[in-house]
Design a protein. Structure first.
Length: 679
């Protein structure tokens, strides 16, 4: 027992479940059988075949009645579970002897040192005065643009006090990262940026339907003319009157650097996604090892859900960075005994209140980990410092918004939603229990440039294997943390969803968690391969080659799903096809004006046109009742006609007949949603 410790310095026990005692080569065979069973389950789930088994079908119709093919889903799930159990049982538990938990002298480092005490107390008092002033002003209903700045300064001053405490305690705060690791992070982050920037302004992503409210408010903030509650950084009454205004300020900040157009708006989401890779890598390396961290980062770089939301203009990626930052600072603080890092973890957890809702559940995860291992950490010290950081970060939101902190979020849960949509909350929860956890392997809803399972099939299988292994070793702190994070995120984002379909915006928060599970499975497979190869270069080269092939296959599968399958299978909006027609060579080559005739000149299409940098004269928008004005423009103009519905009605044909020129239909990549280019 004393020789089996995790990298966190916690004593570990083996876990639960059967442990297969076999030679290494037979373990590899059993593991391969588990992988095969899970892969077969994934194939059965996604096959779409109608199965009718007298024994299973009646039960499947009850359990998975929310899916189209419940029997196939049931059989596939059974195979996935069986494969995960077999794989987890075949893997030998690792033996770790390293104890990296740092000493935690805390305030004892200042004992008998009057000068040190005064310095520490003085710095803390200065930080308390600054933050207290901001809190008092906000509580009195006052607000100034300088308050967010003072809030940051106050937090920084308190951080300086904890830095001083660490220095007095001789805590090692050096960043332990090799040059090649820095190069790797630059490469994967650059790859993510490149994958998104190559087509960020494409017509395909131009109009979903309800996203331009994000751009409009961010543009107004960047231009210094915010609407309503958008003049208060700490308000929750932002986009749709439910999202934090701080998100809009972030996007506006990006716009101030890159312009207030479509590109800068979408680039804000790309940057939020790119910021994830460094903390993800450092977190996984801290919990496991470099190899697993590399695998996790590469698996995430082309994840099709990440690519979709980086292109969308929505905000789900904003919650990932503060969450991962909080976790990596927390575990680094635990291992090094650093007050500064633990304080930083609390601040990052508090920042979760300034982004999309799933970011708010970081603190419960950290509290549960601390309480679960309270006999192996300095609970009073770590908990106090963590909460100080959290309170300093989150308090302005609580002061400004009061009960809205809970009510706005609760209003979008299954218990407080529109009764016409959720007549029975517990029935919806039952459906979600069998829908949301399965969404990474099977998903029937297509939206936001996403189709099919939230993970491509290879990653989906690996994630099941890694999750099964984590359950097998749940007593180890690193796995306990992952399971707690997964359970809380799944409960809040998936199980509590009021919708009849997979809530993809909310569930996207779990993508990094599932990628870590997949990386764990890859790491265990690597270890088993290496254990069955003799000494020499082949012992390293062969497993590394297999790992590289799997990772490249995952990247290719994701890109194929995102770039080929989804556009061909899921029809776009008519507004996006209008943008396609206006950007086409046929329209751009016209010498006259570009004109759009649509049901009305406002809405998402109007904002889509207004948001773009057209590099010259922007298109003119006319409503149906203004179609006669087309004659005012040059005969060489290009006219794009937007039908009322998904196909041209008789009224559309009559209006088209009034336009001079040949009307050519333009379709989206699925061959649907026609608009007409008249030239």
């Amino acid at each position: 027992m004393n020789g089996n410790r995790s990298r966190l310095g916690f004593i570990s026990v083996n876990g639960i479940g059967p442990q297969i005692s076999l030679p290494s080569h037979w373990r590899l065979v059993v593991a391969a059988a588990g992988i095969g069973l899970a892969a077969l389950g994934q194939v059965v789930i996604t096959s779409g075949r109608v199965l009718d088994w007298p024994v299973l079908t009646p039960l499947a119709d009850v359990v998975f009645d929310m899916h189209r093919q419940p029997t196939a889903i049931f059989i596939g799930v059974l195979l996935l579970v069986a494969g995960g159990v077999v794989f987890a049982a075949s893997v030998s538990p690792e033996q770790r002897t390293d104890d990296l938990a740092g000493a935690r002298p805390g305030l004892k480092a200042l004992a008998g040192q009057t000068r040190r005490w005064r310095r520490f107390a003085g710095i803390m008092a200065l930080g308390a005065v600054i933050t207290g002033f901001v809190w008092l002003q906000l509580a009195l209903g006052e607000y100034s643009d300088i308050y967010p700045f003072l809030w940051v300064v106050g937090i920084a001053v308190v951080a300086a006090a904890f830095l001083y405490l660490d220095r007095c305690s001789e805590v090692d705060l050096r960043i332990r990262i090799g040059l090649w690791e820095v190069a790797f992070l630059v490469v994967v982050t650059g790859a993510f940026l490149a994958l998104n920037l190559r087509d960020l302004t494409s017509w395909y992503y131009s109009v979903i339907g309800d996203e331009y409210v994000y751009w409009d408010h961010a543009r107004l903030v960047a231009e210094g003319t915010p609407r309503n509650n958008f003049d208060n950084f700490f308000s929750l009454r932002g986009v749709y009157d439910v999202l934090p205004v701080a998100e809009t300020y972030y996007v506006a900040g990006v716009m101030e650097v890159f312009g207030t157009d479509y590109f800068a708006w979408r680039f804000a989401s790309v940057l939020a996604g790119a910021a994830v890779f460094a903390p993800l890598y450092l977190l996984v390396r801290s919990l496991f090892n470099v190899r697993t961290a590399v695998a996790a980062a590469v698996l995430l770089v082309a994840a099709h859900v990440m690519l979709a939301y980086a292109h969308s203009g929505y905000d789900p990626l904003f919650a990932l960075f503060p969450s991962l930052l909080a976790f990596v600072l927390f575990f680094s603080g635990v291992k090094r005994g650093s007050a500064l890092l633990m304080f930083g973890a609390g601040v990052a957890a508090g920042m979760g209140f300034y982004v999309f809702y799933p970011g708010r559940f970081v603190l419960p995860v950290l509290l549960l980990v601390l309480l679960l291992y309270r006999s192996r950490v300095d609970l009073k010290r770590d908990l106090t410092i963590l909460l100080v950081g959290f309170v300093l970060a989150a308090a302005p939101m609580v002061i400004v918004n009061n009960t809205d902190i809970i009510s706005l979020m609760g209003g979008h849960s299954v218990f407080n939603y529109d009764p016409a949509i959720v007549p029975d909350p517990f029935d919806r929860i039952k459906d979600n229990i069998f829908r949301s956890p399965l969404a990474f392997n099977y998903n029937e809803k297509a939206q936001h440039f996403i189709s099919g399972s939230l993970l491509e099939p290879i990653t989906a299988v690996l994630a099941v294997l890694g999750l099964a292994y984590a359950l097998r070793r749940f007593r180890r702190p690193e796995f306990a943390f992952l399971l707690i994070w997964y359970a809380i995120a799944m409960g809040a984002s998936g199980i509590a969803s009021p919708h009849r379909f997979t809530p993809m915006i909310r569930m996207s928060y779990l993508i990094p968690i599932m990628v870590i599970f997949a990386a764990v499975a890859l790491g265990k497979g690597y270890d088993m391969l290496q254990a069955n190869i003799g000494n020499g270069a082949l012992r390293v080269a062969a497993p590394a080659g297999v790992l590289a092939i799997v990772v490249l296959a995952v990247v290719g599968s994701n890109l194929y799903r995102f770039s080929e399958v989804t556009p061909a299978d899921v029809r776009n909006t008519p507004g996006a096809v209008v943008i396609k027609a206006v950007l086409s060579d046929e329209c751009n080559s016209a010498e006259g004006q570009r004109v759009i005739v649509a049901p009305h000149t406002g809405g998402s299409l109007g904002l889509a046109v207004a948001s773009r940098d057209w590099g010259g004269s922007p298109p003119v928008m006319l409503a149906y009742d203004e179609i006669g004005r087309v004659q005012e423009f040059s005969p060489t103009s290009c006219v794009v006609y937007h039908p009322e519905g998904t196909t041209a009605s008789e009224a559309d044909l009559e209006r088209l007949a009034t336009l001079e020129g040949l009307a050519t239909p333009v379709y989206d990549d699925s061959g649907e949603q026609p608009v007409f280019l008249v030239k």
